[in-house]
Design a protein around this ligand. Structure first.
Ligand code: SF4
Ligand code: FES
Length: 577
């Protein structure tokens, strides 16, 4: 195999590899801005410079010439090279800033040049704390500025499109944003305008940057020139916790981070997973922030003698749910599973149905044909239809279920995390004579109008569990924010910000107001089962999933350990079970 020597250490490489990516893959940091592994390499920021040399070859023998100590004589390239664009060659010798004063000086000078016109407004910049320019200046840049003149002024707070703002003065012209629209999303909506130190990215006159993937340029921008129009000035990065998870607005299972401050979701950003979404995320998934914060229910409710839903305790809600289930035969109960809920919760619901001798639950599909884009947005608007079907929970046969309700054969309807009235499965009138037990996320759920027991349910950002995406990849989620009844300190999996780690409930900033009074399915279903004399003894969702991985052939091997952070590809079961 060919070899390269970097800072005195010899490495083997595959032909075709480039120096910067090779160094990054081997844990050798080299500062850079314009390079991105998914896009072309313009080598325009000049930050990744290194010294490169090749052994001198004796033309007569074709072998490297050796010095007095028997070492190959290295002929160094006269200028420093951009490591992002340098292809590795057998025998190449490289000196990075770790071993070369010349490279160190180049990094420092380049950063000084970039900062001549870059405003030093980190204290009010959204990118501060996660800004490659700020971080690299701190590590490799000059101590201070020698520039005493007026900086070049360019347009500020320009709204490029509905979701992206531009501060052209901060731009370092790396062209990552332009290349993204040219090479990845292919909308070609951005280009660099003007020349020299006046240039910056913009749309064509009259054009709006409305690419459905436009917000990816915010993550790509290595300075704070492109910011999120919705998140701007809302929170500093060091105040938030960051939890790895997935998005749930379609069946792609795009990997993401949920960012939380004070138990509110503040923003959603993509997380790299090469087998699911690579580095990207559609704007539609990123804009779902409010769904986790707004219209959340106040607590469990039961319908009183006057026919009104009233707040009650969890104990009373569980008791009434169990009572309703115990008063009818199993065949008179219809269970609806949910393609929004986790595999674990659907599994427990199926166990409950089987123990009560009811039919296996069904789920309501939410497919909107023609709305997918063949990339990261799918027609199926639920995250876990595959998980349901692999458990044998199939799409509901609407007509049959309606008939059962109308003819009085179904007396109790148990609904897990869905809204059959909004989905058009039933009208409120259909359910007038049926006892409805509903696990719901929002106080706007239309089925609440006919619910007899309403159990607020934890959303994906508040639970632990598994979702199976459309490609059969089982991915687990972790709680990003606390809910009432949970002790954040004891929840080892929960995302914690600096304040959460070091604060106590006695701190002035500690606030329980934003903790939703809801329960996860894996707490609520066993609690109801217990009141029916059915034991569901699990130590938590990890334990439930271990049982599923052992017992359900379609989930063979899918333990939390196997899923890790990037998911576990389930064996292909062909057609859904
Ligand atoms: S706006 Fe950001 S990503 Fe675009 S060219 Fe400027 S620095 Fe690069
Ligand atoms: S990263 Fe190499 S020149 Fe920009």
């Amino acid at each position: 195999m060919p070899k390269v020597t970097i800072d005195g250490k010899v490495y083997e490489f595959e032909p075709g590899e480039r120096l910067l990516q090779f160094c990054l893959d081997h844990g050798l940091e080299i500062p850079h801005f314009c390079y991105h592994p998914a896009m072309s390499i313009p080598a325009n920021c000049r930050q990744c410079l290194v010294e490169v040399g090749m052994p001198e070859i004796d033309r007569a023998t074709g072998k490297p010439r050796l010095d007095e100590e028997g070492q190959p004589i290295i002929r160094w390239f006269p200028k420093l090279q951009t490591s992002c664009s340098t292809q590795l060659a057998d025998g190449m010798v490289v000196r990075t800033h770790r071993t070369s004063d010349k490279v160190q000086k180049a990094h420092e000078d380049n950063l000084e040049l970039m900062l001549i016109n870059h405003p030093l407004d980190c204290p009010i910049c959204d990118q501060a704390g996660e800004c490659p320019l700020q971080i690299q200046t701190f590590k490799y840049g000059p101590e201070g500025s020698r520039f005493e003149f007026l900086k070049v002024h360019k347009p500020k707070h320009v709204r490029l499109g509905p979701h992206v703002m531009l501060d052209a003065e901060r731009c370092i012209n790396c062209t990552r944003c332009v290349r993204f629209t040219d090479e990845i999303s292919k909308s070609h909506q951005l280009t660099i305008v003007s020349r020299g130190d006046k240039n910056y990215p913009l749309t064509a006159p009259g054009e709006v940057f409305d690419d459905p993937y436009s917000m990816n340029v915010i993550d790509l921008c290595p300075v704070g020139a492109l910011t999120d129009a919705h998140f701007r000035f809302k929170a500093r990065v060091w105040e938030m916790s960051k939890t790895p998870s997935i998005t749930v607005d379609c069946s792609k299972g795009t990997n993401c981070f949920y960012w939380v401050r004070d138990n509110l979701i503040m923003r959603i950003t993509p997380r790299q997973n090469m087998q699911v979404n690579e580095y990207w995320m559609p704007d539609s998934a990123r804009l779902n922030v409010e769904m986790f914060n707004e219209n959340r229910p106040e607590g469990p409710q039961v319908r009183n003698s006057e026919g009104k839903l009233t707040l009650t305790t969890w104990e009373e809600a569980y008791r009434q749910a169990a009572e309703a289930l115990s008063q009818v035969k199993g065949t008179q109960i219809a269970f609806l599973g949910s393609a929004y809920a986790t595999v674990e919760d659907n599994y427990l619901l199926r166990q409950l149905a089987l123990r009560l001798k009811a039919r296996v639950p069904r789920y309501i599909p939410h497919v909107e044909p023609g709305t997918g884009d063949g990339w990261l947005v799918t027609d199926d608007k639920t995250p876990n239809a595959q998980g349901c079907e692999r458990l044998g929970i199939l799409p509901v046969e609407v007509e049959e279920l309606r008939r059962g309700v109308r003819e009085g054969r179904i007396k109790v309807l148990y609904i897990l995390e869905d809204d059959p009235v909004a989905a058009g499965v039933f009208s409120p009138d259909d359910l007038r004579d049926v006892t409805v037990i509903l696990h719901h996320y929002h106080s706007t759920n239309q089925t609440l109008a006919v619910a007899d027991v309403a159990l607020p349910a934890a959303m994906v950002v508040e639970t632990i569990g598994t979702y199976v995406n459309e490609d059969g990849i089982a991915q687990r989620v972790r709680p990003a924010k606390a809910i009432q009844g949970w002790n954040r300190t004891l929840m080892m999996e929960m995302g914690k910000s600096r304040l959460d780690w070091h604060g106590t409930p006695f701190d002035r900033w500690y606030n329980e107001e934003n903790m939703v009074n809801c329960r996860t399915g894996w707490e609520a279903i066993p609690a109801i089962a217990q009141r029916l004399g059915i034991t569901m003894r699990y130590q938590g969702p990890r334990h439930i999933m271990r049982e599923i991985a052992e017992r359900e052939p379609a989930f063979r091997g899918a333990t939390y350990e196997a899923m890790g952070l990037l998911g576990y590809k389930l064996e292909d079961v062909g057609q859904p079970v």
